[in-house]
Ligand binder design. Structure first.
Ligand code: SF4
Ligand code: SF4
Length: 229
């Protein structure tokens, strides 16, 4: 019996010890932790520095999508007012977010880096029709930034580095390509910096690369590798 009571009070001791530990939880969604630059959020359709659209209406993204949620129709560019530098442009572009699993295969397949993903994933709908984003919502604005729609919860930094995944370390694992730019410039940003890989060639400020361990260091108890204040 005595042994049982000790175990019982031992549980309280453990609880009281935890009360004195620093709080590691975040009051989401009031407070949000910084997101890694490659997070797969809501898509954007990018434009070149001169404002032209990058999408050429090739439909590769739609073909590769495992959830069958992209609908694209290409149209020949009007000779007097071309929309994209190619022969054709994406005349219709839709993504159904009731089906999208944010796998980013569409981003991988796109030959012109037209479709990428922002870091904003907090958005909801009240009807099926609202869940289908059209080109009007997906295309970046005149500053090259994602449009912030009223039903989306954008926080500081969510619209930065929206094509962060493009700055991969080294294509096909070939280290000689690490740190070399192999993508086109973007409206409002110019040529994005390459993301650092396993070598010293990295510019975390330019790429927005954030170590979550570093950001959370002060909040994590010492037994998890942080500092206790
Ligand atoms: S992220 Fe994946 S599921 Fe979503 S549209 Fe792209 S390919 Fe389809
Ligand atoms: S987003 Fe890219 S892959 Fe999709 S239709 Fe446009 S150019 Fe082709």
């Amino acid at each position: 019996m005595a042994k049982y009571n000790l175990g019982f009070f031992g549980g309280f001791v453990l609880t009281l010890k935890q009360v004195l530990e620093p709080r590691v939880t975040t009051e989401y969604p009031k407070e949000k932790r910084p997101k890694p630059p490659r997070l797969h959020g809501r898509h954007v359709l990018n434009r070149y520095e001169d404002g032209m659209e990058k999408c050429i209406g090739c439909e590769l993204c739609a073909a590769v999508c495992p959830a069958d949620c992209i609908y694209v129709r290409g149209l020949d560019n009007p000779p007097d007012h071309p929309v994209s530098p190619g022969e054709r442009y994406g005349y219709v572009y839709e993504i159904n977010y009731l089906r999208c699993i944010h796998c980013d295969l569409c981003v991988e397949a796109c030959p012109t880096e037209a479709i990428t993903e922002s870091k904003m994933f907090e958005f909801s709908f009240t009807s099926r029709a609202d869940a289908v984003y059209t080109k009007r919502e997906l295309l970046v604005d005149d500053d090259g930034r994602p449009q912030q729609l009223p039903w989306e919860d954008w926080r500081e930094g969510d619209d930065e580095h929206t094509s962060g995944w493009m700055r991969a370390t080294s294509p096909s694992g070939a280290k000689e390509y690490e740190g070399s730019v192999q993508w086109s410039a973007e409206l409002g940003y110019g040529v994005r910096a390459p993301e650092g890989g396993q070598s010293d060639r990295r510019d975390d400020e330019a790429t927005g690369n954030i170590s979550i361990r570093e950001v959370q260091r002060d909040k994590i108890p010492v037994r998890y590798g942080g500092r206790v204040r």
